[in-house]
Design a protein around this ligand. Structure first.
Ligand code: PLP
Length: 437
């Protein structure tokens, strides 16, 4: 009998439209999903799971929040696409700026990849320099300059870099170990006059979740300012999710509490949460830089569906629902799982560490200390993670199908959802413990 998976593989390369959806990192074939509501997803066979993928970040409110769905329905009835500016685009951009001060000007695009690609072009256009510095294990989408040592998707697929990226492009990208202040300072000492930008995830979440060493983001900001380069802070994943003002806001609050002036990025990229599950992303930042974009300046960027009226309706409704209360619930859910899972693993004698950045977290099996560099992350026990994934899947919990991804909790995860996850982890841990004896 031909299964749906056979049909998918017969028409879509690898059966998927984005690599991490294939279960290459854990083995087996994914069952297509059919429904998502609140904290749960259901597959095409009608099996329900507590979802900890959350569409890889956007579903902070839980899936298909009724207010967001209604906003989408109303917007769709008014027109699917105009190719002209609409009121909601302006309102969404204002909503972003109101919550994130460095976003002085905002350009809406459709994907995170477009946002980071545009940020790179803007940095090169504004500085007249070519070289980009990125960190191993940070993923910034799949544009050529950024697809070098790029973390989760490639790590899961077992490829360090993508084929099809020209030698010239790769030569213009300097890759440094994450968190290595000496390597960064040395790179500026050697190439300072050629560096257009340093791009970094606000907190790396594509090699599992890594908390930036204290002062590392600030050092990037300082070196960029002193050397005339642009700091691009990628908050596509962390933006409005790690906390109300992204991971930048987490560090800003820590600085303010310590009586220290917060550091500022020059450009910021957003995606995921700002689209509420629809394709919206953004590049934002300092006025002088953002006004280099066409039609005001010489750096070209455009998009037929940019600021799409239905997508911006989802994003705007989502952002307006993001109250302090929502963040408190997401943080409480993250605490319950990060602590609860870690305690279970400890009791079962399973070596692990927890990566935590704001409300984002993941586990590194086999590593006693939370890793910082991609080289350290790469020594985690991915086979154990694959066993955990399948055990939880059988128990009705949908984990990211890769050891290199964050676990996403939403405000819709109730006590019983979290308890179901913890029970499933407990059963797996006991089975592992028995196997280890
Ligand atoms: C930090 C970061 N930047 C950029 C991207 C690319 O976004 P998109 O998949 O919307 O192109 C992602 C996607 O996961 C991401 O996590």
């Amino acid at each position: 009998m031909t299964t749906f998976t056979d049909r998918a593989k017969d028409i879509l390369p690898g059966g998927v439209n984005s690599p991490v959806r294939a279960w290459n990192g854990v083995g087996g074939d994914p069952v297509p999903l059919a429904k998502a509501l609140g904290a749960r997803v259901a597959d095409a066979n009608g099996r329900e799971y507590v979802d900890l993928v959350g569409s890889w970040g956007p579903a902070i409110l839980g899936h298909s929040h009724p207010t967001v769905v209604q906003a989408v329905q109303l917007a769709a009835a008014d027109g699917l696409s105009f190719g002209a500016t609409t009121q909601r685009e302006v309102e969404l951009a204002e909503e972003i700026r109101g919550r994130y001060a460095p976003a002085e000007r905002v350009r809406l695009v459709s994907t995170g990849t477009e946002a980071t690609m545009t940020a790179i072009r803007l940095a090169r256009g504004a500085t007249g320099r070519d070289v980009i510095v990125k960190f191993a294990g940070c993923y910034h989408g799949h544009s050529d300059s950024l697809l070098v040592a790029a973390g989760s998707g490639l790590a899961t697929a077992g490829v360090p870099d993508s084929a099809g990226v020209t030698k010239g492009t790769a030569a213009d990208t300097i890759v440094l170990p994450y968190g290595d202040e000496t390597a960064l300072t040395d790179a500026f000492a050697e190439h300072g006059q050629s560096i257009a930008a340093v791009i970094t995830e606000a907190a790396p979440c594509n090699m599992g979740v890594v908390r930036p060493p204290r002062g590392f983001n600030r050092l990037i900001a300082t070196l960029c300012r002193n050397e005339g380069a642009v700091m691009i802070l990628d908050e596509v994943l962390t933006g409005f999710r790690a906390g109300p003002s992204g991971y930048w806001g987490v560090e800003r609050d820590e600085d303010l509490a310590a009586g220290v002036e917060p550091w500022q990025p020059d450009l910021v990229t957003f995606g995921k949460v700002i689209g509420g599950g629809m394709p919206v992303a953004a590049i934002a930042g300092r006025i002088e830089l953002m006004e280099q974009l066409a039609p005001l300046g010489p750096v070209y960027q455009a998009g037929t569906l940019s600021g799409n009226p239905v997508a911006t309706a989802a994003g705007l409704a989502t952002m307006r629902l993001l109250t302090e209360d929502v963040y408190a619930r997401v943080a409480a859910g993250a605490d319950t799982l990060a602590t609860g899972v870690s305690d279970i693993l400890t009791q079962a004698g399973i070596v692990h560490s927890v990566g935590r950045a704001g409300t984002l977290f993941s586990f590194f099996l086999g590593l006693a200390d939370a890793p910082v560099t991609f080289a350290q992350v790469s020594t985690q026990d991915t086979a154990a993670y694959a066993r955990l994934f399948h055990s939880l899947h059988s128990a009705g919990v949908y984990l990211p199908p890769s050891a290199y991804e964050a676990w996403f909790v939403s405000q819709a995860h109730r006590e019983e959802d979290l308890a179901k996850v913890l029970d499933a982890v407990q059963s797996w841990a006991l089975a592992e413990q028995a196997a280890l004896r």
